[in-house]
Design a protein around this ligand. Structure first.
Ligand code: G6P
Length: 520
């Protein structure tokens, strides 16, 4: 719930993201609509459903699968509540903007994996082009309302696909001066030294400083950003304490002021709690042909090098090597579907993961036991919930991760029950979740030991008869889960939206200060 005078309630909201919340396709018998998975949709769809507004996103479905004449679609299909404005991009632009600059430069750059950056001369111009196209779409979507005398809109841009969009929007005449331009950056912001490798560092920063408000998950990302601006952008003045950057944008004579804040997104706790799995946990054992007598170690992620899947597989193999008692008594079920496959770096990684799985299974597998089961596709939400509940432990082994919502979903799905979380200390989520067994995924033996510990805790927990014999605190698993659950609840996605609302309010109250700054 937002307060009665909240800006989000009173003003039109335009959300911009690369992924669309609902994908419309033409089929033989009409239009099929599929809801996108992913944290961003889960977080923002309920907000727009409640408040109405417009969501501008890359149209990845069929252009003619629309209901209105202007190509706009109202979503969700069952209870239309807001407009989805799809931006259709030429195939070559998708190639160079999405697979290219966004995911072959910015993704590895922000995740500190500089050796994986692949740069082609066509990438950057396409990124600029796509950001221009989105600026057109945003302006087009607010124009009518503003002409009719409506309040100035709030444009809330999501993620690294749109570093240039804020500044492009600023320089468009179609957007009223009083509009608020804000952005949330869902991936890490790296150190200035990492950003420096980009020949476009300056343009990226100038683009982002077109925002009135810029959000990151963690104080560390915010600090990195402020330091990056301070070091790499001459002419910018940075107040690190207050998180304020003043910069004389190239496009305008006025000094722009950007407020930078940190607040992690979370999950919609109540929807996970409310969801009753259609499937009983026991049915997932059947579905994947698993023996319920064995421990189940779960991993859930896209097949992305940032997720540290190969490091984890090495650790799991090391566990089987060094602790033979786990042979035939644990299965690692890995739900990891392909992603961004048109990028060679991803294809190579995905092939290596599959090879590694096969090698481990070859080495240790027996007639009735496959050590690693790789589900090479995304699974639907119901199935995922059942898997979360069936698993003894979930392992998140990211080499780097903006936050990681899977860890939070696992906790919420198991609250009040059992389940242990093994979590990479290099995932942003480790900053806010208390109670996980933490790992450094580059530490093979340490990760193996953490998995061993997590699975042992769960065995102890289930084995009440042995309780008296245990040297360890028999309640450790339960205590860990309880404290994790408390941190997950504290970071409900509703809190993330309310904090955004408060930040927008704060912008409005220091509008006077803004005028002073502008005169400088
Ligand atoms: C990350 C990004 C999101 C993105 C998601 C899936 O979480 O922060 O913006 O949507 O990955 O990646 P994809 O490239 O499939 O959209």
């Amino acid at each position: 719930t937002l307060s009665a005078s909240s800006p989000l309630r009173e003003r039109d909201l335009v959300v911009v993201s690369n992924r669309e919340p609902y994908v419309h396709s033409r089929t033989g018998d009409g239009i099929a609509v599929e809801r996108s998975a992913g944290g961003l949709t889960t977080a923002l769809d309920p907000v727009l459903r409640r408040l109405g507004g417009t969501w501008v996103a890359w149209g990845s479905g069929d252009a003619d699968a629309a209901v209105a004449d202007d190509g706009t679609v109202r979503v969700p299909p069952a209870e239309p509540a807001y407009d989805l404005e799809r931006v259709f991009l030429a195939e070559s632009t998708v190639e160079d903007y999405y697979y290219g600059y966004s995911n072959s430069t910015l993704w590895p750059l922000c995740h500190g994996d500089l050796g994986r950056i692949r740069s082609e001369p066509s990438h950057w111009p396409a990124y600029e082009r796509a950001n221009e196209r989105f600026a057109d779409a945003v302006v087009g979507s607010v124009e009518g309302d503003v002409d009719e005398g409506g309040a100035a809109p709030i444009v809330w841009i999501q993620d690294y696909h749109f570093a240039l969009l804020p500044d492009r929007l600023r320089s468009r005449s179609g957007l009223p001066d009083a509009a608020t331009i804000a952005q949330f950056w869902h991936v890490p912001w790296p150190s200035p030294d990492a950003v420096r490798v980009s020949p476009h560092a300056r343009e990226l920063l100038e683009g982002l400083l077109g925002n009135d408000l810029l959000g990151f998950h963690l104080p560390a990302y915010r600090r990195n950003f402020l330091e990056t601006v301070d070091r790499l952008l001459p002419g910018a003045s940075v107040d690190r304490e207050a998180g304020i950057v003043r910069f004389e944008g190239s496009g305008s004579s006025e000094t722009e002021r950007t407020r930078v804040y940190a607040r992690p997104i979370g999950i919609d706790v109540s929807s996970v709690r409310r969801a009753e799995p259609i499937e009983e946990p026991s049915s997932v054992f059947e579905a994947y042909d698993l023996d319920p007598a064995r421990s189940l170690l779960l991993g859930v992620e896209r097949l992305d090098y940032a997720k540290g899947i190969r490091e984890r597989l090495r650790a799991f193999e090391h566990l089987l090597e060094t602790e033979p008692r786990w042979r035939e008594s644990v299965t690692h079920l890995m739900v990891a579907g392909p992603t961004r496959e048109r990028i060679p770096e991803y294809r190579r990684y995905q092939r290596r993961v599959r090879e590694q799985v096969a090698a481990i299974n070859d080495r240790f597998g027996t007639d009735d036991w496959t050590p690693v089961r790789h589900v090479d596709a995304a699974v639907d939400w119901e199935r995922l919930l059942a898997l979360y509940r069936a698993a003894d432990a979930l392992v998140v082994s990211s080499r780097r991760d903006g936050l990681n919502l899977v860890a939070m979903e696992y906790v919420a799905a198991n609250a009040g029950g059992t389940g242990t979380l093994v979590l990479s200390e290099l995932a942003g989520a480790s900053e806010i979740l208390e109670g996980a067994i933490e790992i450094n995924p580059y530490d093979v033996a340490g990760t193996a030991a953490a998995i061993d510990r997590a699975l042992s805790l769960e065995i102890d927990e289930g084995d009440e008869a042995d309780e008296a014999d245990e040297a360890d605190d028999p309640d450790e698993a339960q205590e860990r889960l309880e404290s994790l659950w408390e941190s997950v609840r504290r970071h409900d996605v509703g809190e993330w939206v309310r904090s955004f609302d408060r930040e927008v309010t704060a912008l409005a109250t220091d509008a006077g200060a803004r005028g002073d700054a502008g005169a400088g």
